[in-house]
Write a new protein. Structure first.
Length: 187
């Protein structure tokens, strides 16, 4: 049994008859009244996000998890297929369990969080950034740009990314998997 002082980003807890992952948290100690922890929780089964406030010292039920590296193989209409690099076993994960899946390409390594008791998949975490090739880019108009001007580009996975005007089809770019933003051009 854990308490609110053990809450951290990525912690899986049992709450309201479901398993939730802590996305954000903030310990608040007001000048008047007791301390509390404000959290943003994401259901690992349905993907629903909810805000919840725990009073200081509140007991929470922590779910024991295992994290393993898997290689992304392919997707179908229902979800994604991964392979364990150690024993070559395959694992299927539903589309609602992965955030920003449009940035995954075949062969990419992904960290999958499994429930320790029965090894059922809870969620998958992409690396912080991925390197993707630009397949198509809008023509950029150079000139009257006083600030950083951006244009639309489509990368090899089919995702749309806003990139600077100098990016052309065939360029490799580094993209943040958290928010889908352009980070830099890669040589």
């Amino acid at each position: 049994m854990a308490t609110t002082s053990d809450i951290r980003k990525g912690l899986c807890i049992e709450f309201s008859n479901d398993i939730y992952k802590v996305i954000e948290f903030l310990h608040v100690k007001p000048g008047k009244g007791p301390a509390f922890v404000r959290t943003k929780l994401k259901s690992v089964t349905s993907g629903k996000v909810l805000d919840n406030t725990f009073s200081a010292g509140h007991k929470i039920e922590e779910v024991k998890v295992i994290t393993r590296k898997y290689q992304y193989l392919y997707d179908d209409e229902n979800g994604f297929h991964f392979m364990n690099n150690d024993d070559f076993s395959q694992l299927y994960i539903g589309k609602e369990m992965i955030d920003n899946a449009q940035f995954m390409k075949a062969g990419e390594e992904v960290m999958i969080i499994l429930k320790e008791s029965d090894e059922s998949p809870l969620s998958a975490e992409l690396p912080p950034s991925v390197i993707l090739e630009v397949v198509e880019a809008d023509p950029g108009v150079k000139g009257n740009t006083a600030t950083n001007a951006l244009k639309n580009a489509i990368v090899e996975t089919g995702a749309r990314v806003n990139v600077p005007l100098f990016i052309e089809p065939g360029d490799k770019i580094k993209v943040s998997t958290e928010d889908g933003s352009y980070q830099e051009r890669v040589k």
